[in-house]
Every structure is written in C-alpha cells, then in structure tokens.
Write a protein that binds this ligand. Structure first.
Ligand code: SF4
Length: 402
C-alpha cells in the first residue's frame, strides 16, 4: 500500500520591495505595519495615488511618444493640455482604479477644462513637457523589473528563511543614446557629474511623487541607497552594462507645493542662496505670500529642483545594497516579536526606533504633512509625541478613573 509522507514545512522567501517595504519602513514603522503589511488601505490614499499616477503618466507618455503609429502630436513637445489630460485620465482609469486606489478630488480633475485643473493635473502636464524632450530620447529600456536574493541578516530570533528577495522597477538610459545629443539638460548634468570615460554604460532613473528633500533630510540619503541598490540589482542581470549614475526626478517640484514655495520664499527674503533660481524667480519668491496665487517659477529653477543625479560604481552599489540589510533585519525582528504575542504597536515602534538617525537622536514621526494624511494619527503614540495632540488631531484616551 502506498504510504503518504507528511507534507514538508511550507518554505517562503520573504519579498521586500525597495519602495513598498524598505522606504516605507524607514518613513514610519507603525504605518508600514498597518498599511503595507496589514493591507489596511488608507481612506484617502493621497501619496499612494499620486506616486502611482505620476509613474504611470511618465511611462505612458514615453510609450506614446515612442510608438511610430500613434497620434503625431505625441512626437512633438510641448503637448497641449487636452492631449496630456486625456493620457492622465487613461492612466487613472486603467492603472489605479482597478486597484481601488481612488484619485483625491482636490488633486485631480477628470474633466479636461484647463482652468479647473488641480495640482496633480498640472504636475503631470508639466512633467511631460519639461522632462519628456530631454528624458525620452535617452531611454533605452522602460520599466525594467529588478530582483535579487541576499542572505537573511541575523535578527536575534529564529530566521524564517535563509535569504530574502529584494525588488524594484527602473527605467534605463543608455550611453549610446547620449552621444548624439548636445542640447539636452540631462546629458549636460550627467557630463558635469561623471568623469569622462569611453565605453558603454547605463544610467538608471527613478521617479518620485514627492518634494525634493532638503540635503540634511534623512530621506535624501535613503533615496541614494535606493539608487545604489538598484545599481546592484541591475549589475546581476544578464546583458546589463555597468551603471555609472542614478537619476531621481522629484516630480512634484515641476509645480511646487505651497510648503516648498514657503521655504524658498523665506530663503529668498533672508538673502540665502536659492540654487537654480533666476533673478525673476528671486523677485517672485521675495514677494510671495501664503495667501497669494502660486507664482510662475522659471523652467530652469523647477528642473533644477526636480533633478538629482549621483555617480555610481560597483563599490557604491555593493555598499548601498548592504545598507538595506538593517531595515530587513528589523522588520524580520518585528515580525518575530509579533508572532510571539508582543503587542503590535510595541513590536513595530520599538524595533523601528532602532534604525539609526543621522544626528544620533531618537527616531521621531515623519513630517506633519505625512502624519495628518495618516488614518492612524488619532491614536498614534509617535505622532502625539513628535507633533503634539493639537497638530495631528489625536483623540484623548478615555478617562480611566482616579
Ligand atoms: S500618524 Fe505619523 S507616526 Fe503615526 S503611524 Fe501615521 S505616519 Fe506613522
């Protein structure tokens, strides 16, 4: 008689996406646990929607521009608003709504009237027209999926796997596409940053649906690790050429937020340098007030603020990829603690706080804008401690008696 053997323990390699896991955990461990791992979708998915929207707009705009049989208006910049708006609506309908990520009505107007355009409509339109002419001719391969395995770091708890998988998606630019282009902002910027060298190489590009962090902001360093890790993953793919630089495009900066404008205006009024600004920009910024219409800043300043380039090589790529081992080990540790019955907020907050901070001080909540948009702010101990109850609208705990 045939004997049935017991089924082997189910083995799974934990998967970590660079943006959905590692960057999200860096920003806030508790929000990451609740929204990303717990799949509690945010009630107003402002950041989630805009990140997916602006990636989708840039990818679909590139594909429309590249396709020889598409409408000839896609091949010539600037696109008029009607054309870019039609593409925006398609991206929202085909990429985001099917995932139940619904556009915030105060940011996106599905109607094509330019006078009624909201911030996301304007950012998508400006991103296509500012960066399309410079970026699209350089793209060699869009939306490359990257995957790699790394050894699971020690957590002080039994490991659930020997390896973890790390993944991401990038666009790749090729050196061969750059040589013929002289009047190109990206090529000029890359030539400033990279030492001249012959041979074939690649540049990787990642779009960010956020403001450009200040140089002192920890997230800038984390974004650099992300590019280094992308370079590490790319170097393991067959047919890849050496990666010599990474580009971040901060696509809210093409139509700056009120917070960015307020910061730049303050700098201009104090006479501090505003990198990339023309004399007209400085004048407009000095005169800007919170309650006045947003001034029209020059293309030069908006492109300067949205573009960030770092040189890369194999040593940097190896080092950057290694730096993500720490957040992975902390996430794995929090998972192990939670499995052992440690309360969720303790397991994830205490573990997240072990991520070192640039100034060595205890880790605090992300910026107020992020906490205000977070559904968990009303009971979140970190937001309360960092921003105060009145700022984040925390509901006081019920009175428990004397
Ligand atoms: S309110 Fe802020 S600190 Fe609290 S979970 Fe949300 S993002 Fe994190």
């Amino acid at each position: 008689m045939m004997k049935l053997t017991p089924r082997e323990d189910y083995k799974e390699i934990p998967k970590y996406s660079l943006t959905g896991d590692l960057l999200a955990f860096h920003r806030c461990g508790l929000q990451y646990r609740l929204q990303n791992r717990g799949r509690l979708p945010p009630s107003t998915p402002v950041q989630l929607w805009f990140g997916g929207f602006i990636h989708g707009v840039m990818e679909d705009a590139y594909l429309s521009w590249r396709e020889p049989s598409s409408d000839p208006r896609y091949r010539a910049f600037p696109w008029d608003y009607t054309l870019s708006h039609a593409l925006q609506v398609t991206v929202d309908r085909t990429r985001l709504r099917p995932q139940n990520v619904i556009a915030p009505t105060n940011q996106f107007n599905p109607e094509p009237d330019q006078a009624q355009a909201r911030s996301a409509n304007l950012r998508a339109h400006e991103a296509i027209n500012l960066w399309g002419p410079h970026l699209f001719p350089l793209i060699d391969r869009p939306e490359i999926a990257l995957h790699g395995l790394r050894d699971m770091p020690e957590t002080g708890h039994p490991r659930r796997a020997d390896f973890f998988e790390i993944s991401g998606i990038i666009d790749v630019l090729a050196a061969t596409n750059m040589r013929a282009l002289t009047d190109n902002v990206l090529v000029r910027r890359l030539q400033e940053v990279l030492p001249p060298r012959d041979g074939d190489f690649e540049i990787i590009v990642d779009y960010k649906g956020t403001d450009r962090p200040e140089p002192s902001d920890e997230m800038m360093r984390v974004y650099q690790w992300q590019l280094e890790t992308y370079a590490w993953l790319r170097s393991r793919q067959e047919g890849a050429r050496p990666v010599r630089a990474g580009i971040l495009l901060f696509l809210t900066e093409v139509h700056p937020s009120r917070e960015v404008l307020a910061r730049l205006a303050e700098r201009a009024r104090l006479g501090e340098p505003v990198e990339g600004a023309t004399a007209e920009d400085l004048e407009a910024l000095r005169n800007h007030r919170w309650d006045r219409p947003v001034p029209r800043l020059s293309e030069q300043l908006r492109m300067h603020r949205s573009l960030y380039v770092i040189p890369l090589d194999s040593a940097r790529a190896e080092m950057g990829a290694g730096l993500f081992d720490l957040p992975v080990s902390l996430i794995e540790k929090a998972v192990a603690l939670e499995v052992r019955g440690v309360p969720l907020s303790k397991a994830w907050v205490d573990t997240w706080r072990r991520l070192p901070t640039p100034d060595g001080r205890p880790r605090r909540a992300p910026d107020l804008k992020t906490c205000i948009a977070c559904d968990h702010r009303t009971y979140c101990p970190i937001a309360l401690e960092t921003h105060g109850a009145s700022a984040v609208g925390t509901i006081p705990r019920p009175f428990s008696g004397p």
